[in-house]
Design a protein around this ligand. Sequence first.
Ligand code: ATP
Ligand SMILES: O=c1ccn([C@@H]2O[C@H](COP(=O)(O)O)[C@@H](O)[C@H]2O)c(=O)[nH]1
Length: 355
Amino acid sequence: MRCLLKPLPTASLSARSLQVVSRSISKRTFVRYLPAPQSIVSIPQVKPLRRPLQSQLLPTYNCLRPASSLSPTVLSVARRSTVSSNSRPYTTGHISGPGAPRPPRDNKLKAWPFVLIFFTGAIAFAAVLENRKDKPRPMPPTDTSSSSKELPKLRDDGPIFSPEAVKVIFVLGGPGVGKGTQCANLVKDYHFVHLSAGDLLREEQSRSGTEYGELIKTYIKEGKIVPMEVTIVLLENAMKRSIAAGKHKFLIDGFPRQMDQALKFEDVVVPSQFTLFFDCDEETMTKRITERGKTSGRSDDNPESMLKRFRTFKETSMPVVNYFDGLKKVVKIDGAKSVDAVYADVKAHVADRLK
Ligand SMILES: Nc1ncnc2c1ncn2[C@@H]1O[C@H](COP(=O)(O)OP(=O)(O)OP(=O)(O)O)[C@@H](O)[C@H]1O
Ligand SMILES: O=c1ccn([C@@H]2O[C@H](COP(=O)(O)O)[C@@H](O)[C@H]2O)c(=O)[nH]1
């Protein structure tokens, strides 16, 4: 890039303009007029410009100076790079007559368009980057008529039960891994109350007069997680009923399936003791669900819903397991073994914490 400088009384420039021009000059080749004998002296910028040379050039770049007023160093640089007006098309347009510089034009505004373009470009670029940032998106509603329902309001004034008085163990694992089967064993031996979030949702879905029936039906069929407000209220009510009957130990099966549920439940109901996590490969779980699907009558025990449930489990529920694992609150059990072998492992790992 080149910048043409024409004779201009320094005094006619504001201090700010001088600053801007001098900054742009220090980065470019600049051209200056000398009175004689050359028509134009082009002083190529040396990068970086040596300090003493720069300090001699910068104060003079805007005005005509006799060559005699320049230091020998400046002059020699200038003369070495001096060209005739014909050999530099870019500069010839500014010469009228041999050796005569064009009358000065007001150069004050020249830097501003560049400054403006630079800043406008920078702002636009920043805006584009901001938009491309991956942002979390809300889950698109699967059924607009039901998802627009007003959800129950959850309190935010702390847990209603104390963890000393009410014991909660979360039971997690992929679809069909055998959570319900193992919970039934624990209920028999350790007198837990077994609350399956999926069962509570299915009950609510078919309860006459419910306003969430359609919403729950759609979410379950799609293998998605019903909004936590509905599930937490169902769990809380079921727990209150059991506590009123003198039962204080709960296995909460298939919940929390999503991080917001985990945090909210512990905030407003009761903090959990730990999580039993049954680990298993998808192939084994698929076989178990397929077998169960022959008689269960469940709307999600079919290949299409199964795939969606596996995906939701990996993407949405595994982060919950990992979260509690980070807090050292997960007991991991191999769920691929036989029912009895799995139960033996459960007892071996947590028998002392179940009483
Ligand atoms: N260890 C096991 N070996 C073989 N079959 C099992 C085992 N555990 C459970 N099953 C069978 O697999 C099917 C699914 O078990 P279960 O309903 O307990 O799983 P789940 O994890 O509660 O499922 P979901 O999350 O879908 O409600 C049932 O038919 C059950 O009898
Ligand atoms: O906290 C929960 C638990 C379950 N769901 C929905 O129910 C189905 C079936 O759950 P199971 O535990 O397998 O019986 C599940 O796929 C979810 O759609 C839920 O939304 N929130």
